[in-house]
Design a protein around this ligand. Structure first.
Ligand SMILES: NC(=O)c1ccc[n+]([C@@H]2O[C@H](COP(=O)([O-])OP(=O)(O)OC[C@H]3O[C@@H](n4cnc5c(N)ncnc54)[C@H](OP(=O)(O)O)[C@@H]3O)[C@@H](O)[C@H]2O)c1
Length: 221
């Protein structure tokens, strides 16, 4: 399976999953544009793959999130697919999670990806695809993850309903639910300590299985 000449926007390209997806998709021949929060790491990641175009955004700037797909369509000369791998965790019993942390979790994990996809729907052509990473947590939320899991579940429901409408326009939305991975994600939590999660799955294999192959398959269908 390849993606020769397919044009793909990677949102969260500085992250573990976003970085692996960027590299794997480039290996399949896709032309990619990168979006992330940190300009220096974006520049370095783009340079390591031959000088990919990049743009910064912050999850709290929802208008900026919605402008990412139109930007990618301009710099790539069209857009076939979007991958959204933005997120942050916080852990702890619900009574110990502050309202500020809960707002942060819902902004980064739900409102930002929703805004990115909302901005992408008018840009993607018939046959276009958006793969949005939620996570296995939607199906199996451990204790101590109520706010993070609720934000991911909200995103998953939004994708489910929006995906039904998008299908009428020939656009596929994929809700990617990888298990816990060794990307260091849990250790970057904005509050609390993660519950015992056990060893993480191999990120390369999980990104291939949950993100890249479903994206390529949907583009081909
Ligand atoms: N790793 C896992 O175990 C796992 C399992 C299932 C699902 N997921 C989901 O997969 C996604 C990516 O996870 P990952 O493992 O790649 O974690 P990661 O390496 O920490 O990547 C998270 C990404 O989100 C970005 N981000 C965080 N806060 C942001 C903000 N305010 N504005 C803009 N960007 C922001 C980060 O930007 P910076 O690089 O600038 O921090 C980074 O690009 C998340 O949605 C996570 O919930 C992860």
């Amino acid at each position: 399976m390849n993606a020769v000449e397919k044009k793909v926007l990677l949102v969260g390209a500085t992250g573990g999953i976003g970085g692996i997806a960027t590299r794997q998709l480039a290996g399949h021949g896709a032309a990619t544009a990168l979006a992330g929060r940190d300009p220096e790491r974006l520049r370095a990641r783009g340079a390591s793959l031959g000088g990919l175009p990049w743009r910064t955004f912050d999850a709290y700037d929802l208008d900026g999130c919605a402008r990412l797909a139109p930007w990618a369509g301009e710099v790539l000369g069209g857009l076939d697919a979007v991958v959204v791998a933005v997120g942050v965790a916080a852990f702890g019993a619900a009574a110990d999670v502050s309202d500020a942390s809960a707002e942060h979790l819902f902004t980064v994990n739900a409102l930002c990806p929703m805004a990115v996809v909302r901005g992408a729907l008018p840009v993607l052509p018939r046959g276009g695809v958006a793969v949005v990473v939620t996570g296995e947590i939607v199906d199996r939320p451990p204790l101590g993850t109520a706010d993070y899991a609720a934000a991911k579940a909200a995103l998953a429901m939004w994708l489910r309903v929006t995906g039904r409408g998008a299908r009428r326009d020939g656009i596929t939305l994929v809700d990617a639910r990888p298990p816990h991975l060794d990307t260091g994600f849990a250790s970057r939590a904005v509050a609390g300590s993660p519950p015992a999660l056990g060893p993480g799955a191999d990120p390369e294999e999980a990104v291939r299985h949950h993100v890249v192959l479903p994206l390529l398959k949907a583009l081909e269908s």
